[in-house]
Design a protein. Structure first.
Length: 71
């Protein structure tokens, strides 16, 4: 809660029971995009201009663009 919302929010929840704490955290964190460190992944970087994804102009129906991912 300290990282995702605020120190004050975490302090207010400190004496709650587990169920109430989980429900309050869910409401406070909704829409923030925050995830615990264990669930975070590195941000995807945009590929070079010549990448198959950049060249796909037929509405995403180019199966060649995904051939590497399928392997």
């Amino acid at each position: 809660m300290r990282e995702g919302v605020s120190n004050e929010a975490a302090d207010q929840m400190a004496n709650m029971k587990k169920q109430g704490m989980a429900e309050a955290a869910e409401q406070l964190l909704a829409g923030t995009g925050w995830l615990p460190a264990l669930l975070r992944t590195a941000r995807a970087t945009q590929g070079p201009a010549g990448s198959p994804q950049a060249e796909c102009r037929n509405g995403g129906k180019d199966t060649e663009a995904y051939s590497v991912a399928a392997e």
